[in-house]
Design a protein around this ligand. Structure first.
Ligand code: HEM
Ligand code: HEM
Length: 275
């Protein structure tokens, strides 16, 4: 059972054309991306809260903190929900027709793709110049937190560091999505030149046949992994344990208590004051 489809080019060579949408390997691929994303959220995303006594002591120590702690600005939330709307539309218009529900999906699909690409460009500029740039990336500084999370997962009570602004699982998810989001948008944009749109004159000669095949295969594969990744992420947001974070993606803030239960004040410092 082939993983990709091929064709014979005018010179008699075999070239890739696109992903073969056969149900067996599609399910295997989807399940793997889902399981990896799901496991990273389950194991490495701050759901092991501090105990009541420890949080009470921290609250007494940090009584000068505002009662509401800003987590996501209005523009960051707007970006998240516009990007999410584009992703749901892209997944629906890509996969429903493959599953047998036929409708005119192409225009809706590439319009949502343009919204996704535009929102990512906006986000990169916004995050680089106006947000806390290093808060979302993983590096060697996170090894102590990683060890503490694994030991907590194994049932130990560990005093070690809690998360900074984003738990490690969330940052790994963001890292993978940076690759997936940028790749699916770039390949999709290039594909507009093969197909042509009311505003682009088609020109299939900008790439060779073999390269086109790779673009289509890559678009199919990252698109498919986006489905698994999105599913794991939506389940993360829907779990009652994580409602405090989902609420922060809607209203923008956490309470002081939620902040102290889940975070390490020294690793995500908040200015004292009223709010
Ligand atoms: C090179 C590319 C990227 C850079 C430099 C970048 C940078 C960042 C930074 C610095 C943050 C943390 C902002 C903060 O809390 O202060 C963040 C959060 C976030 N990123 Fe990205 N990101 C990139 C790609 C992406 C992509 C491709 C997506 C989705 C398709 C994405 C979705 C998000 C979301 C939803 C958040 C949380 C919302 C927020 O508070 O901003 N990012 N990103
Ligand atoms: C019903 C749908 C969704 C819900 C409930 C949801 C929920 C959330 C929440 C609660 C956060 C913030 C986590 C934090 O503050 O640490 C977040 C961040 C983020 N979301 Fe979503 N989201 C949804 C859809 C999507 C979609 C479709 C994508 C793209 C595929 C996406 C990509 C991201 C990224 C990259 C981040 C930043 C990394 C992270 O914190 O995990 N979200 N989302």
């Amino acid at each position: 059972m082939d993983f990709v489809e091929t064709a014979i080019d005018p010179w008699g060579r075999t070239v890739l054309t696109r992903v073969a949408w056969n149900i067996l390997w599609v399910s295997v691929f989807l399940s793997i991306t889902f399981l990896v994303a799901h496991a990273s959220y389950i194991i490495l995303s701050a759901h092991r809260v501090r105990g009541t006594d420890e949080t009470d002591a921290l609250e007494a120590k940090h009584a000068d903190l505002p009662s509401h702690i800003r987590r996501h600005s209005f523009m960051a939330r707007l970006f998240h929900w516009v990007m999410a709307g584009a992703v749901f539309t892209l997944l629906g218009t890509a996969f429903f027709p493959i599953m047998g529900w036929q409708f005119d999906w192409v225009e809706i699909h590439y319009t949502a793709g343009l919204v996704l690409a535009g929102s990512i460009v906006y986000h990169i500029i916004h995050a680089t110049f106006f947000l806390d740039f290093w808060s979302i990336w993983v590096g060697p500084k996170d090894i102590p937190e990683f060890k503490a999370e694994i030991r907590r997962e194994m049932g130990h009570t560990v005093p070690g560091p809690h998360s900074a602004k984003y738990p490690i699982g969330n940052r790994l998810y963001h890292l993978v999505l940076t690759f997936v989001g940028c790749t699916v948008s770039l390949t999709g944009l290039v594909m507009l030149w093969r197909m042509g749109t009311p505003f682009i004159t088609p020109n299939p000669y900008i790439l060779g046949e073999g390269t086109w095949g790779w673009v289509y295969v890559l678009h199919g594969l990252v698109g498919l992994s986006l489905a698994g990744l999105t599913l794991a992420h939506v389940i993360f947001g829907a779990r009652p344990k994580n409602w405090w974070l989902t609420k922060s993606m809607i209203v923008g803030w956490l309470t002081r208590r939620e902040y102290l239960e889940h975070h390490e004040p020294a690793r995500w410092p908040i200015k004292p004051g009223k709010s």
